[in-house]
Design a protein around this ligand. Structure first.
Ligand SMILES: Nc1ncnc2c1ncn2[C@@H]1O[C@H](COP(=O)(O)OP(=O)(O)O)[C@@H](O)[C@H]1O
Ligand SMILES: [Mg+2]
Length: 457
């Protein structure tokens, strides 16, 4: 600006006076926001102690449920209110302190957000809001909820408790946290960790639980039932084991070539454990979620932690936070989960050889290792009939079964899919001929692919 110095000073002075006057006006009239809180609690804002709890952002739905249950118990008619002008991420306590001295933060509407509560359900949660309620001892208390602020890289949600007496505030916090655990939305769900597009914040997402019948999993006789017996345990067995001081945790390793049904078997197990909480981890990135997963698995027991393709981390020689290679960290975490916790680890791998050394050095983590091999002739026929369904016109399957020696289960599935497709397109029957030509086509394509990968023509 190009104003004469004297004029500039005058303007600055006038502005300062104006600001002071407006501040005084706010304080004199009293900020309705502050008044509401101070009147309820019964002492001036700057004398009210606050007790806070900071939770991971994924716990927002649980925090809301805990607070809702608390309010239902102590002040069912309580109404939420908000803070107008809360544009930037500032803690509620700081905003209230500023509301007292400036007109910036005023009494306003509650800010709501949506949080997932299941694979296809969501609920409203308070993103920023306050509510007047009572402590367990009947004295006045104000609660505030503040959700995570993704855009500012803040990935925790917050509970603030304001009460004239700090011990009341602490008691309220404890009761809300207990209710939060009691109403946990994650209990009995299938969950996967991920990273949001925004600033890499941690996310916990719900997945639908797979539904598979026994006849949809084709393994050699007795294999599936022995796996199932190991993992699916009755409540009575759990009680008996605990009474006899036995540890509950189990470790299952499924190994075998790709496409033989390791993931398929895991999905079947999950369908047989409808009330277990499940955590799905895979890839090298899983190490990042290991600690959080172990803590959640304990909190939400009985639970199953699935670590798919664990050989990927076996190759990873880089050190983790605890200074261990990733695979050792996983095995240590499996052990550290505590003997009392009802947590089962299910690991899958295509390359069990890369893990042998680690498993030998950390014994006891895996108490059942089951090979899922390529299907034998009997299994190939079952797979063929399973995937072809009732449209299949085939009296004797043995020529085709013989011709497919050495293929994987997923190969059989793809082969049948192609045969069905060409039968539908050509309006022909799904018979030996249709299956034979689809097989020849698939095998020759596979050979061409192998040749080109090997650098041939
Ligand atoms: N043993 C099996 N029985 C029935 N279907 C299977 C079997 N193995 C694989 N499949 C089919 O092939 C698909 C891929 O198999 P998958 O379980 O992912 O193999 P893996 O995890 O061993 O690499 C499965 O989704 C399923 O449709
Ligand atoms: Mg798999």
């Amino acid at each position: 600006m190009n104003l004469p110095t004297e004029e500039a000073r005058g303007l600055a002075r006038a502005l300062t006076e104006l600001l002071d006057a407006s501040r005084q006006a706010v304080t004199a009239a009293g900020s309705p926001l502050i008044a509401r809180i101070a009147e309820h609690v019964g002492c001036p804002l700057d004398e009210i102690p606050t007790v806070a709890e900071h939770l991971p952002s994924w716990d927002h739905a649980n925090l809301q449920r805990g607070v809702d249950a608390y309010l239902a118990r102590h002040s069912p008619d309580a109404a939420w209110f908000g803070i107008a002008g809360s544009r930037h991420f500032t803690s509620v306590v700081d905003m209230l302190a500023m509301a007292d001295t400036s007109g910036q933060y005023r009494l306003g509407a509650v800010d709501y957000t949506t949080v997932a509560t299941g694979p296809s359900s969501a609920a409203e949660a308070v993103q920023l809001g306050l509510v007047c309620t009572l402590g367990p001892d009947g004295t006045p208390v104000v609660l505030a909820i503040q959700g995570a602020d993704e855009d500012r890289g803040e990935d925790r949600c917050h509970l603030q408790v304001l009460a004239a007496d700090r011990s009341t505030a602490a008691a309220v916090r404890e009761e809300i946290l207990a209710l939060t655990r009691e109403h946990d939305v994650f209990r009995g769900q299938v969950l996967a960790f991920g990273t949001s597009e925004h600033r890499g914040n941690r996310l916990l997402t719900f997945l639908p639980r797979p539904e598979l019948r026994t006849d949809q999993v084709v393994l050699a006789d007795g294999v599936l039932s022995s796996i199932e017996r190991h993992v699916v345990r009755s409540v009575e067995q759990t009680v008996a084991l605990r009474e006899h001081g036995q540890h509950l945790k189990r470790g299952l390793l499924l190994y075998g070539p790709p496409g033989t049904g390791k993931t398929h078997t895991v999905r079947y197990l999950l369908s047989r454990l409808p009330s277990c909480t499940v955590f799905l981890l895979s890839g090298v990135a899983m190490i990042r979620w290991l600690r959080a997963t172990a803590a959640l698995a304990r909190r939400l027991e009985p639970s199953v932690v699935v670590v798919e393709d664990v050989d990927l981390i076996a190759h990873d020689r880089s050190m983790t936070m605890s200074g261990n290679p990733a695979l050792f960290e996983l095995l240590d975490e499996m052990d550290g989960i505590g003997s009392e916790a009802d947590v089962t680890f299910v690991l899958t791998t295509n390359r069990v050889d890369t893990m042998e050394e680690a498993l030998a050095q950390r014994p006891g983590r895996v108490d059942l290792a089951v090979e899922i091999p390529k299907p034998d002739a009997a299994c190939r026929e079952r797979l063929l009939r399973l995937y072809a369904g009732p449209a299949l016109r085939l009296a004797d399957a043995s020529p085709l079964v013989e011709a497919t020696d050495g293929v994987t289960a997923s190969f059989v599935k793809e082969w049948v899919r192609r045969a069905v497709l060409s039968a539908v397109e050509g309006r022909t029957a799904l018979d030996e001929q249709a299956l034979r030509s689809a097989l020849d086509e698939l095998l020759s394509q596979q050979q061409a692919l192998t040749r080109s990968m090997l650098g041939g023509r």
